[in-house]
Design a protein around this ligand. Structure first.
Ligand code: PLP
Length: 454
């Protein structure tokens, strides 16, 4: 039977609610990424590894809020930390500096090789934005470079060449900037240079030619959380950017506390100049942070400098970079983040999640290969993706070899069998995923693979 029809039969209340949602929100969603055909499944409850939708169907959750929930839904230590913060300290937010900001910053400095100082934001988007602004301010240069296929958040400067049609994207070794969505001014196409991921030679050629203009290269060390930079590419990129006077920004919003507690930089043994963090850092609450070398971060320090709100101040010192936000360093968020980090650092909890991830990867590969479906899993640590091709995948263009239709069909069957990720999305694991969930998921794959081949 058609998996879409099966799904529709099980999700009638979701459909009704989606009709209402469409009246009051464009596309019925509050983030475009949350939409999928024929309509997104509306969730009602969650606990541990599981989601329950408004029709009462249960799912093992592998989306985990796009990776943010590494302990699963509603971990008691996270919940208790937030309640304790609000009840015993008597506030949701101080609106002033406070202890938890300092505590989390100290932990990040200890864990992340490239982080000497920290500033908080409310999202990963704001974190990469602040890192890029710091780079402009520190170097005085006006352009940045990003890699084709890499996502850094929702603003104009980086909403380029994330998912470009190949007939518009230029040669593989010299990609051009293609806006991925409406409303991106042509200015940004001229000021954001696109690089080919995992191709050091071509990247070097472009960076050398543009070094006078480039403030920074921003990179996802593990593209979309599942295509790691090769060791030689990463080492080469660090050396090259240092030699050329271009800052290296690691976007570790997705990888922080997911590929290793010290992020991808701890695995590669590399100190980026600046690092953007997010997702798991907030334990399921909105967060982002920028960390980096003191000398660069210091551009944001207001000590003795002229701030944007201090008009007419006669200061000979350099202007300070603007960074603000009513909710930056929110105490409930940091309480949740610190509790999450505590649990991850307890015993071998982090390694357990990595082992569970490995078990699931091997199990799914075995099932699909048994049914002669061409597949590989790609990823690092506690996150992976299932790519329907046996060809090697090292960048965005290689991904075009994957059979998306087959993957999508499989994903729809899986939704009807109680395995949740948004169709075509990656799999994130959590401490709440036990052998039971892994076996259930492997069994669901077995059933889905049989249906696919009928
Ligand atoms: N950078 C990367 C690598 C991400 O994966 C994301 C989110 O998916 C972001 C930045 C943006 O983070 P946020 O959604 O918190 O704004």
């Amino acid at each position: 039977q058609d998996p879409l029809q099966l799904l529709k039969n099980r999700t009638k209340k979701s459909y009704q609610l989606f009709q209402e949602a469409q009246q009051v929100m464009p596309g019925g969603v509050t983030a475009n990424i949350k939409y999928f055909d024929p309509y997104p499944i509306m969730m009602a409850e969650a606990e541990g590894s599981r989601l329950k939708d408004v029709d009462g169907n249960e799912y093992v959750d592998y989306l985990l809020a796009y990776g943010a929930l590494i302990l699963g839904h509603g971990h008691h230590k996270v919940t208790n930390a937030v309640i304790r913060q609000m009840v015993t300290k008597g506030t949701t937010i101080f609106g002033t500096p406070h202890e938890l900001e300092v505590e989390m910053a100290k932990r990040l400095v200890k864990l992340y090789p490239g982080v000497e100082q920290v500033r908080y934001t409310n999202s990963g988007t704001e974190a990469t934005l602040l890192a890029i602004r710091l780079a402009h301010a520190y170097t005085g240069k006006s352009k940045i470079a990003k890699f084709e296929g890499h996502y850094h958040g929702g603003y104009d400067q980086v909403l380029l060449s994330i998912n470009p049609p190949l007939d518009q994207a230029g040669p593989a070794d010299a990609p051009v900037a293609v806006p991925d969505s409406a409303g991106i001014d042509v200015y940004y196409q001229e000021h954001t240079i696109i690089l080919p991921f995992n191709d050091l030679e071509a990247t070097a050629d472009i960076l050398k030619a543009r070094k006078e203009e480039l403030a920074a290269v921003v990179v996802e060390p593990v593209q979309a959380g599942f295509i790691p930079a090769t060791e030689s590419f990463m080492q080469g990129l660090r050396k090259l950017t240092e030699e050329l006077g271009i800052l290296l920004i690691f976007d570790e919003v997705k990888t922080c506390f997911r590929v290793a507690l010290g992020g991808a930089q701890s695995l590669y043994g590399i100190k980026p100049d600046l690092t953007a963090l997010g997702k798991v850092l907030g334990g399921g609450f909105p967060v982002g942070a920028v960390g980096g070398k003191k000398e660069i971060m210091d551009v944001a320090s207001p000590h003795g400098k002229k701030d944007v709100f201090e008009m007419n101040v006669k200061s000979k010192k350099k202007d300070v970079l603007f960074h603000s936000g009513t909710y930056n360093g929110h105490p409930s968020v940091l309480a949740a983040g610190l509790a999450t980090l505590d649990v991850l650092e307890e015993g071998d909890n982090f390694e357990t999640i990595v082992r569970t991830t490995e078990k699931l990867r091997r199990g799914l590969e075995n099932v699909l290969r048994y049914y002669q479906i061409p597949v590989q899993t790609l990823g690092l640590g506690t996150i992976f993706n299932l790519v329907m091709t046996t060809e090697p995948i090292t960048n965005y263009r290689d991904l075009q070899n994957a059979n998306l239709d087959l993957r999508r069909q499989l994903d729809y069957y899986l939704l009807t069998l109680g395995v949740y990720t948004k169709p075509l999305n990656r799999y994130s694991l959590s401490l709440a995923h036990s052998d039971r969930e892994i076996q259930e998921t492997i069994d669901a794959y077995e059933a889905a693979a049989k249906q696919l081949l009928v």
